[in-house]
Design a protein around this ligand. Structure first.
Ligand SMILES: Cc1cc2nc3c(=O)[nH]c(=O)nc-3n(C[C@H](O)[C@H](O)[C@H](O)COP(=O)(O)OP(=O)(O)OC[C@H]3O[C@@H](n4cnc5c(N)ncnc54)[C@H](O)[C@@H]3O)c2cc1C
Length: 313
């Protein structure tokens, strides 16, 4: 029993869930509950969306589609997640909480909660993912809109999702499939939220960078792309001294751009330094042809979950 919970609804159709949200503006969407049910605020009504058929994932010609209620642990083991972009989504899932949390936490919940340290969000932004939002339309219909995942969070724990709306699906475009990409995270202990996380992705044409994505979490009020660092890599040759020089410029631009927060997990100075270290290591990794398609494994340990002492170097 959850003492601070009022009415509980568990519809089995999307249109019914949307009608409930439209008729009760105070109702909150409930997915895994790993964020929502932790708070002490009273919840007058919740609409449980885990029986709407919004789980699962599938590949289509132009996209990888992740259902909003797909669990983090399911995503971790999904073959498509392993096949896309060096398994960067797998890397984020591996570094995400404990097995108990991953078994409950959903993809949509990670995007909608707007946690500044959200791990999956960093990887999704590096893949240019979009969220498909649904709300009740006229005569029992559904109105849809699509927003970049990067545009959902507006401040810590605040989003542009309307009270009557929910995320139904997250779509990763096909152009991200072949990206070289990596997620890294550092926390006080392995299972804590990030002190800093990052996801980088490169679109390569031969050895040259066509486009780059550098995304950092837990340093700003929202998970953030760093365009000033990305442009330092555009057109760069990923081999040898040129790449090392370009990476150094990108890291310098990153450290100039970010305005890290100080909180109970780390100071702003520490975050600024470590953020650069994680991004540099990831850029070195994604430029190395021998690591292509090497999906993170739990036993890889420190490569993906960098220890504190290591990160200071
Ligand atoms: C012990 C612990 C460890 C954690 N570790 C991590 C971690 O390592 N990395 C990390 O990123 N996070 C972590 N979290 C945070 C949390 O697990 C994630 O943010 C998770 O993805 C939230 O998903 P959920 O389904 O549980 O969301 P819920 O708690 O059900 O909902 C969270 C918020 O999003 C809204 N919401 C949920 N789904 C939708 C939807 N489809 N459309 C619109 N709104 C929606 C809810 O109304 C609520 O406001 C941790 C949490 C705990 C308790």
């Amino acid at each position: 029993m959850i003492p601070h919970l009022g009415a509980y609804y568990r519809p089995d159709r999307l249109s019914a869930a949307l009608a409930l949200l439209a008729s009760a503006p105070q109702a909150r969407v409930l997915a895994g509950g790993t964020d929502l049910l932790l708070g002490s605020e009273r919840l007058d009504a919740v609409v449980d969306i885990t029986h709407l058929g919004l789980g699962g994932m599938r590949e289509e010609d132009d996209a990888l589609l992740l259902g909003a209620t797909l669990r983090v642990e399911e995503l971790l083991h999904a073959p498509a997640a392993h096949a896309w972009a060096d398994g960067v989504l797998v890397g984020a899932c591996l570094n995400f909480g404990t097995l108990q949390v991953r078994n409950m936490a959903t993809v949509g919940g990670n995007v909608a909660h707007a946690l500044p340290a959200a791990d999956l969000v960093a990887a999704l932004i590096a893949l240019d993912a979009e969220a498909r939002l649904a709300r009740a339309g006229p005569q029992g219909g559904i109105r849809w809109r699509t927003l970049p995942v990067a545009a959902i969070a507006t401040a810590p724990f605040a989003t542009c999702i309307e009270p009557a709306e929910l995320i139904a699906e997250v779509r990763v475009p096909a152009r991200a499939r072949a990206r070289r990409a990596q997620f890294r995270k550092i926390g006080r202990v392995v299972k804590d939220l990030a002190q800093v996380n990052c996801a980088v992705a490169l679109d390569l044409e031969g050895e040259r960078v066509r486009e780059a994505r550098i995304v950092v979490g837990a340093v700003h009020p929202t998970v953030t792309r760093v365009p000033t660092a990305e442009v330092e890599l555009h057109g760069a040759d990923t081999r040898g001294a040129e790449w090392r020089a370009r990476v150094a410029r990108a890291v310098s631009a990153l450290r100039d751009f970010i305005q890290p927060i100080t909180d109970t997990r780390a100071t702003r100075e520490w975050r600024r330094h470590v953020c650069g270290v994680l991004v540099r290591r990831s850029l070195e990794w994604v430029a190395d042809p021998s690591t292509r398609g090497r999906v993170p494994r739990y036993e890889d340990g420190p490569l993906y979950r960098v220890g504190v002492r290591e990160a200071r170097r």
